[in-house]
Design a protein around this ligand. Structure first.
Ligand code: C2E
Ligand code: MG
Ligand code: MG
Ligand code: MG
Length: 278
């Protein structure tokens, strides 16, 4: 909130606007340099079957070790990276690193990569996916792209076409964070997702709030009707998992099934001989 009292008001106002603009351009500049400087890292979070906890894959989650500022969560920099265009080199790094890493795993688990709509708008998006899969030696069926619901995507025919083309290659496409943000029902008609991810806010309040439970059931109904398996995000407690099982939800992800960690933390889980702990 900006104070505008007396004669100093204007000066204070422009100084604070300068400060905001300065911080923003510093962030944009640091973001542009983050990839060449090697400040990015991927963390990995398990995705599991609700029925018996079987590990089916990992989601790659971006971490930025910003010099002098510690770790910055993606929510604090992805929007700026999207508006400044820095998301293109960053997203390309994420895709390449995630696929290269997954190709080395001793088990053929799936890798999920978050893709910004800005990346989808690139003319050569499909070619990039093909090149990365080929270079990494990763079968297309092991890659899943997670696309966040957005009001605009349903109107972007080129982006939808790109998604359909990569799907034709055998890559899976999931709708991420369904139910947490903008209504994406229109999108469900323009594109046939392989999976729906229910956002954490819906899952979190499911047991306490009738509205969230109703929403969860509606999404489950949509998933069944459209033949799209549903993954619940942000599952933290055994009670939540039990509720999901009762609702017929197929997949889950959350602290209960494993936190996002550097790949070294999951080395044992990646072994073929691994049998699930009791
Ligand atoms: P998302 O794709 O929905 O990822 C799940 C987020 O929920 C992650 O946050 C994860 O750490 C968090 N999470 C998982 N389980 C739990 C839980 O049980 N409880 C709680 N409270 N949180 C949980 P994170 O890593 O901070 O990422 C936030 C968002 O940033 C992601 O949401 C995704 O939309 C975006 N993001 C992350 N990596 C990338 C990337 O490489 N590219 C792009 N474009 N966006 C990314
Ligand atoms: Mg995601
Ligand atoms: Mg997801
Ligand atoms: Mg989410």
């Amino acid at each position: 909130s900006v104070k505008r009292d007396g004669r100093n008001g204007t000066a204070f106002y422009s100084r604070s606007m300068d400060e905001v603009a300065r911080q923003r351009s510093a962030l944009e500049n640091d973001l542009r340099l983050a990839t060449p400087r090697g400040e990015l890292e991927l963390y990995w979070q398990p995705q599991r079957l609700v029925a018996d906890d079987t590990l089916i894959g990992f989601e790659a989650l971006l971490r930025w070790h910003r010099p002098g500022r510690g770790d910055m969560p993606p929510e604090d920099f992805v929007p700026t990276a999207e508006s400044s265009g820095a998301i293109l080199p960053i997203g390309a790094w994420v895709l390449r690193t995630a696929c290269t890493e997954a190709a080395k795993w001793p088990r053929p688990l799936r890798v999920s990569v978050n893709i910004s709509v800005v990346q989808l708008q690139q003319k050569d998006f499909v070619e990039q996916i093909q090149a990365v899969l080929k270079d990494a030696g990763l079968p297309a069926a092991r890659l899943e792209l997670e696309i966040r619901e957005g009001v605009l995507l349903s109107e972007q025919e080129d982006a939808i076409l790109a998604l359909k083309t990569v799907q034709g290659l055998g890559v899976r496409v999931a709708l991420d964070d369904f139910g947490s943000g903008h209504a994406a029902l229109g999108m469900l008609r323009s594109f046939s997702f392989d999976r729906l991810h229910i956002g954490r806010s819906v899952v979190k309040d499911m047991s306490r709030d009738a509205g969230s439970l109703a929403m969860m059931r509606a999404i489950m109904g949509l998933g069944r009707g459209l033949k799209m398996p549903v993954l619940a995000e942000g599952v933290e407690s055994p009670d939540q998992l039990k509720a999901l099982r009762l609702e017929g939800c197929e997949l889950y992800q959350g602290y209960l099934g494993g936190r996002p960690e550097p790949v070294a933390a999951y080395r044992r889980l990646l072994q073929p001989a691994h049998s699930p702990a009791c």
